[in-house]
Design a protein. Structure first.
Length: 134
């Protein structure tokens, strides 16, 4: 996957959100970590406002859904504030499904791609390699 210089990559699971910026070129991807963020804030009920992704959600699934909703809200806010022109989201499959429910139209317009894979806790080199294969 080719990403423009300055594009943002969000790596998300149900508990962690890591952001990276492409400091390289489209042809030579080089991700640099952005400052850590905690989107969960006061959005603890977000996952319980809709039907959860599983028939009988347990507390941990609701927490993960709530975190995904909070992460989407934070990314939506950044998209609306033009903090990035292009975004790629890499997320664990269930988290990606939950994120999609909360995308704002402004974010969708900047979404350059999605990768349904859990890469939180992986090295930058692993993330770059996964993006390079797509």
């Amino acid at each position: 996957m080719q990403l423009a210089h300055g594009a943002v990559v969000a790596v998300v699971d149900g508990e962690i959100l890591n952001l990276y910026r492409n400091t390289g070129t489209e042809a030579d991807l080089k991700l640099a970590a952005l400052p850590a963020v905690d989107p969960s804030g006061d959005n603890k009920s977000a996952g319980s406002r809709h039907q959860s992704s599983s028939a009988n959600p347990d507390a941990s699934r609701l927490e993960e859904d709530s975190f995904a909703a909070a992460a989407a809200a934070m990314l939506n806010k950044q998209a609306l504030e033009n903090k990035f022109d292009q975004l790629v989201v890499i997320a664990a499959p269930k988290t990606l499904g939950e994120l999609r429910k909360h995308w704002h139209k402004a974010l969708e317009a900047k979404l350059a791609g999605e990768l349904s894979k859990d890469l939180t806790g992986h090295s930058v080199a692993d993330i770059e390699a996964a993006l390079g294969k797509n």
